[in-house]
Design a protein around this ligand. Structure first.
Ligand SMILES: [Zn+2]
Ligand SMILES: [Zn+2]
Ligand SMILES: [Zn+2]
Length: 142
């Protein structure tokens, strides 16, 4: 799997470094985590890595397109490795849980704007808000 990450990094002309590999591994195992969680995960393996180093890695990986950054309104930025498929997210209003939602039936129909004003559209930021099963159960149990 590490070899896989090395190939991915080289494909976008990024040097292979231990913090970059650790961040990719953290995001593979924990999608939609925020920066603090990424730092905690990386430090289980590399205790001396600095906050700034992880910030820099996340920015480099996001700029290179290996990592997607999402930021639901009112939430901290989250990162994930599932990129390039214009999938959407459903977010729980109570606990902030996030899950992936494939684009509505067909080939990214929400990218076909009714009027694109001449822009070349490559992403539609769609967030579904609601209550996750855990929070819904807790609510009815009260
Ligand atoms: Zn919830
Ligand atoms: Zn996602
Ligand atoms: Zn869509």
């Amino acid at each position: 799997m590490t070899a896989d990450f090395e190939t991915q990094l080289r494909a976008v002309s990024l040097r292979v470094t231990r913090p970059r590999l650790a961040v990719l591994a953290a995001l593979r195992d924990h999608p939609h985590v925020d920066t603090d969680t990424v730092i905690a995960l990386v430090r289980t393996d590399q205790p001396t890595v600095s906050h700034q180093a992880v910030y820099d890695v996340l920015r480099a990986l996001t700029d290179a397109g290996l990592v997607r950054r999402i930021q639901p309104a009112g939430a901290t930025a989250r990162y994930e490795m599932r990129v390039g498929d214009n999938h959407h997210h459903v977010v729980c209003r109570s606990c902030g849980a996030i899950a992936d939602v494939d684009c509505a039936v067909g080939d990214a129909p929400c990218l076909t704007a009714s009027d694109d004003h001449g822009f070349v559209v490559d992403e539609a930021e769609v967030v579904y808000w609601g209550t996750c099963p855990g929070c819904a159960t807790a609510r009815t149990a009260q």
